[in-house]
Design a protein around this ligand. Structure first.
Ligand code: SF4
Length: 328
């Protein structure tokens, strides 16, 4: 069992990654370097599950932006068992970190705690053996799929891994937008799930999207404020992207959707980062998707360029993460 607890790991890294005028964002990369002396690589694990937005419990066909693989790899449905997913992912991670800790085990696709906990519990038995190479375990799910039992099961993994992250899709702080995008979850569910996870010492990471249809101009700032209120330890920012074989693709082809320009997105995220408490780790400033699935927006610079432009915008302003966090 690792000797370093999640809380001591976090405090170890805290000061070295403190946002400043020079390094305006507490990025995950900086946090990992400060904690592990290296940048661990995510190894995507796919259990081949589903979500209540696909099987009819709450809806069919998924959120308008979600592709057929549930925003994941689709590996299990393609016949690739968990062990093979790990071996291939670790081999890629080993190119960057040839020895020692190399990876973050990330259960990404669909809702990993739905429809029941058996697949995840079975996977946990298998992955314990991989904890030396992967000191961090991350589980993605919907807030409305995070029961007390799910929270207990995932919290038990803190006995085996140095850090256990739970990743919740917030995506919008406006319940009317949740309905507009066919997501059918609520802000109240997000807060309940964060409380449940926090009570068990899990590291909570929220996913936010900028530019959803129906979202108000201050939508991203509202998401950040709700994340602050919920006490999350990490956040991911995404721009709305149109992928093939999604409901959004139809809306976009019909001309019904207006997408953000990179300059708009850079300003929005810079504003959001200023408002985010300085201790929250920013896991992602901009999203990307496999080129074969991507339709729009077109003409965006590379992910690395947008990332550096957000940091440059903060430097231009002479500001950094946390300078505009509202006082409680
Ligand atoms: S909740 Fe997640 S997996 Fe389900 S349709 Fe929406 S984005 Fe896809």
């Amino acid at each position: 069992m690792p000797s370093t607890s999640a809380s001591s790991v976090a405090s170890l890294a805290k000061d070295a990654a403190q946002p400043s005028a020079e390094r305006p964002v507490r990025s995950l990369g900086r946090q990992l370097l400060a904690t592990y002396g290296r940048r661990l690589r995510r190894v995507m694990m796919d259990l081949g599950l589903t979500c209540p937005n696909r099987d009819g419990e709450k809806g069919y066909g998924g959120c308008i932006y979600c592709d057929l693989s549930g925003s994941g790899t689709g590996a299990t449905k393609a016949g690739k068992p968990l062990g093979l997913q790990w071996q291939d992912g670790l081999a890629r991670a080993r190119k960057v970190n040839p020895e020692g800790p190399a990876a973050i085990l990330y259960f990404q696709s669909y809702s990993n705690t739905y429809p029941d906990l058996k697949p995840l519990a079975g996977a946990f038995e298998q992955i314990k053996a991989w904890r030396e190479e992967a000191p961090i375990l991350a589980i993605g799910t919907r807030p409305d799929c995070f029961s007390e039992e799910a929270a207990d099961l995932i919290a038990a993994q803190t006995n085996h891994f140095a850090e256990v992250w739970i990743e919740f899709g917030l995506e919008t702080a406006d319940d009317a937008v949740q309905e507009r995008i066919g997501r059918h979850d609520t802000l109240a569910n997000f807060h309940n799930a964060c409380t449940r996870a926090g009570e068990r010492g899990l590291t909570r990471i929220a996913h936010c999207i900028a530019g959803l249809p129906g979202e108000k101009p201050d939508g991203l700032l509202r998401q950040v404020d709700e994340c602050t209120r919920a006490g999350v330890e990490g956040i991911k920012f995404h721009q709305l992207m149109v992928l093939r074989k999604t409901k959004l693709a139809h809306e976009w082809m019909n001309g019904d959707i207006e997408l953000l320009k990179p300059t708009q997105y850079i300003q929005m995220v810079a504003d959001a980062v200023e408002r985010l408490p300085s201790e929250v780790v920013v896991h992602r400033l901009v999203a990307e998707s496999p080129p074969e699935e991507y339709l729009a927006p077109n003409g965006w610079p590379s992910r690395a360029k947008v990332h550096s432009e957000i940091e440059n915008e903060l430097r231009r302003r002479g500001s950094w993460q946390g300078v505009a966090t509202p006082r409680a």
